[in-house]
Write a protein that binds this ligand. Structure first.
Ligand code: SF4
Length: 449
């Protein structure tokens, strides 16, 4: 009699970089013969990929660990990994006796290899080397680990270490294997993406990498998307390749954090509202359909009402498609932790509200402006019962929506399968999402695999 395969459940918190690590863990478990559990409570192995970025993320990570621990079946193993496990490993292990293992990651090798090394014997046999997970038509691809910048609020360099860029040949090989299994949109991620290759003494390495990956369009790659661009680096050859290469979508995820030059200096970052606006306007003058996303911190120590007004003014002028606002979170060991000028929580909450009040109508107006337009949509898969099912069962994204981050397009009409591009006419906008009707497939045969 064949024994039942062991079942696993992986919970991912935090940013897309964690999703990449989780995909590797999932792939390794699949390769090892485990199967996904339908419910977490059925799993023999539970892995939580935690986030330590700010206090609320840490609280959420603990909550998820405790929740899964309480619901797990007898004998199931619980493993905490990710940023929180890396940064607060000993404290987490001491505070969470419910976890059977708390394992960090290293810059070398896959997360699962590291888990293999550090996990206790009880879970050791459940974890093996990574293989790709063959499900979605898009995938994240991590091109570097770590960061050489010293932003005053950020603890990431202290536990992710200095930047270590992967070799272009290795990245291309991974991209090729993704395309071979049907991935048509590759989302490049790193802590500081635009500095790719600088640790190897190369300048312009990201532009070269994009040209290299762009050639995979011959094999079926449709889109390359870049996340986390430090704004000072979006120029020259990189900007040319982002605007000129066939596969690179005109989506600019600029890591701005604030718009007051004075406060940005205090944050130890580059730029000002004027330079950011010049960058956005310059790109728009070449690509009128370029989409912009950024995130901003409110309440950094010393932020004055004038700084805050500058940020509001910038948002009104820049009219970004998407923006996220986060309260400043004091992180041990950072430069900002020792700064004076704490902004009272009530003031931060008020400023966050004002920022959203300015940005939300801008995002909504930009979405509304698409109604009636023809857009090119990559079909991601079946929709949910609220949108996609009602309209015909498909959900997708234009170049304006990054997977898992921005809105989606609910498709009506005869939409082909996941991984295909269609031309659709936008019929309505609702919150971040659009509804559209397929007009014609475009490039429907281009999907590899
Ligand atoms: S560039 Fe990003 S990861 Fe690096 S220190 Fe600044 S905020 Fe942190």
């Amino acid at each position: 009699m064949t024994p039942c395969p062991r079942r696993f459940h992986v919970e991912t918190l935090g940013c897309p970089k964690n999703t990449v690590d989780s995909e590797k863990v999932v792939a390794s478990l699949l390769a090892d013969g485990l199967v996904p559990a339908e419910r977490a409570s059925d799993a023999d192995l539970l892995v939580v990929n935690t986030c330590a970025f700010i206090e609320v993320a840490r609280e959420e990570s603990i909550g998820v660990l405790l929740g899964l621990s309480g619901d797990r079946k007898e004998g199931a193993k619980l493993v905490a990994t990710g940023c929180m496990a890396e940064r607060y490993g000993d404290e987490l292990a001491a505070a969470m006796p419910e976890a059977d293992a708390v394992v960090g990651f290293s810059g070398e090798g896959s997360l699962s290899q590291v888990m293999l090394r550090r996990a206790p014997d009880g879970v050791r046999d459940l974890l093996e080397l990574a293989r790709p997970d063959p499900t979605a038509p898009w995938a994240y691809l991590k091109i570097a680990e770590g960061c050489d910048r010293e932003c005053a609020f950020c603890a990431i360099p202290s536990f992710r270490g200095r930047q270590r860029s992967r070799a272009p040949e290795a990245i291309e090989a991974e991209a090729r294997s993704l395309v071979e299994r049907g991935v048509v949109e590759i989302v490049l991620v790193a802590q500081d993406l635009a500095s790719y290759g600088r640790d190897a003494g190369e300048s312009g390495a990201l532009a070269s990498l994009l040209r290299r990956l762009d050639t995979l369009s011959r094999d079926g790659l449709l889109r390359l998307r870049l996340l986390y661009l430090y704004p000072s680096e979006v120029r020259g050859a990189l900007l040319d390749s982002m605007l000129g290469l066939e596969t690179v979508v005109p989506y600019f995820d600029l890591s701005l954090q604030h718009a007051s030059g004075q406060l940005l200096r205090r944050m130890r970052r580059w730029g000002s509202g004027e330079t950011f606006l010049a960058l956005v306007d310059g790109i728009r003058s070449v690509r009128g359909d370029a989409a912009f996303r950024s995130s901003f911190i409110s309440g950094f120590p010393g932020e004055t009402e004038t700084d805050h007004e500058e940020m509001l003014g910038f948002l009104r002028s820049a009219r970004l498609d998407w923006a996220g606002f986060f309260p400043y979170s004091r992180e041990d060991g950072t430069v900002a932790a020792a700064l004076d000028g704490e902004v009272p929580p009530g003031v931060v909450a008020e400023r966050l509200r004002e920022l959203s009040e300015v940005q939300d109508p801008i995002t909504a107006a930009l979405r509304d402006a698409l109604v009636g337009e023809l857009v090119e949509v990559l079909v991601d898969g079946p929709g949910d019962s609220e949108g996609g099912d009602r309209l015909g069962g498909r959900v997708g994204r234009t170049h304006r929506e990054a997977p898992e981050i921005d809105g989606v397009v609910h498709l009506g009409g005869a939409a082909p399968g996941a991984g295909t591009l269609v031309t659709a006419r936008v019929t309505s906008a609702s919150g971040p999402d659009l509804e559209a009707v397929v007009v014609e497939p475009c490039g429907a045969e281009r999907r590899a695999g």
